[in-house]
Design a protein around this ligand. Structure first.
Ligand code: ATP
Ligand code: MG
Length: 260
């Protein structure tokens, strides 16, 4: 489904991610873990073709369903982004426009990707909000972003990211701005949605506990390189790299079991 093949990503000619590779199948969940500045956001922005000004994939290739994403023009990318591949940002609250209601933004988002009427788009959006277990979807649709809590806004971001049942969801620290209880709830919701639609997910997180809870595969990054990768069990129970061991030691445990 996705094959990232030995990519180097540079900002203004300076490589920040080197020799990064990742292969994933349908319905798989991969976590990217690593300290601040290790290149996690850079990797997922590169996959989505959304690197900031000056950013460039200078080596390697990124294949989505066998097709190179690097060779596509903006129109071709736009057809994939938001539908087949979607992204939930570090702070979804910040990407929501404060001056219009959740409903009008959600409806517009749905209608840019699908030729349906407003009423149908409303129903689709409200159903998705309800699926994230937001208590009163109609009320949320009529609210302005500032009337919602951070956790509610983040759920709106997740609902938007999942509305088209994307094949690949890129989630950049979807919960890091939230308190631990809300984090756990939102991770559970993402898991529910994932089971519903068999979406493959790359989740970026500082928190190896979150990674442990939800992923099949874990990649540990440091200074722009993958220092260790493997199946969840192997990373959690037989880590080889010192940095991975350090991260594991930092996870709180309960009766010897890691919890989120
Ligand atoms: N727009 C940019 N221009 C130049 N350098 C950048 C830019 N964005 C990021 N970098 C650099 O690239 C490196 C990787 O940054 P990146 O944002 O990918 O890290 P990260 O792992 O997502 O960190 P965090 O956990 O803090 O979000 C850092 O050294 C950062 O300073
Ligand atoms: Mg980041």
């Amino acid at each position: 489904m996705l094959k990232v093949d030995h990519i180097t990503v540079e900002y203004d000619g300076r490589p920040v991610v080197e020799d990064f590779s990742l292969e994933m199948g349908n319905g798989e969940i991969v976590s990217l873990v690593g300290e601040s500045g290790s290149g996690k956001t850079t990797v997922i922005r590169a996959i989505l073709g959304l690197l900031p000004e000056g950013g460039e994939v200078s080596k390697g290739d990124i294949l989505f369903e066998g097709r190179s994403l690097l060779g596509l023009n903006e129109t071709e990318l736009d057809a994939i982004r938001g539908r087949d591949i979607t992204m939930i940002f570090q702070d979804s609250g910040a990407m929501i426009d404060p001056t219009s209601t959740i409903g009008s933004q959600f409806i517009e988002y749905v209608r840019t990707h699908e030729k349906i009427g407003k009423e149908e788009a409303y129903k689709k959006a409200a159903a998705m909000l309800a699926a994230t277990r937001l208590p009163d979807a109609d009320n949320v649709m009529h609210s302005y972003p500032f009337q919602l809590s951070g956790g509610m806004r983040q759920r709106v971001g997740i609902a938007m990211g999942m509305v088209f049942h994307p094949k690949l969801l890129l989630a950049d620290e979807p919960t890091s701005a939230l308190d631990v209880t809300t984090q756990a709830q939102i991770i559970r919701q993402m898991m529910d949605m994932y089971r519903m639609s068999k979406t493959s997910i790359i989740i970026v997180t500082h928190n190896l506990g979150v990674a442990a809870y939800m992923s099949d595969k874990i990649l540990v990054m440091k200074n722009g390189r993958v220092v260790e990768q493997g199946d969840r069990e192997a990373i959690l129970h037989h880590p080889k790299n010192d940095y991975t061991i350090e991260l594991l030691d930092a996870i709180p445990t309960m009766d010897g079991e890691i919890y989120v």
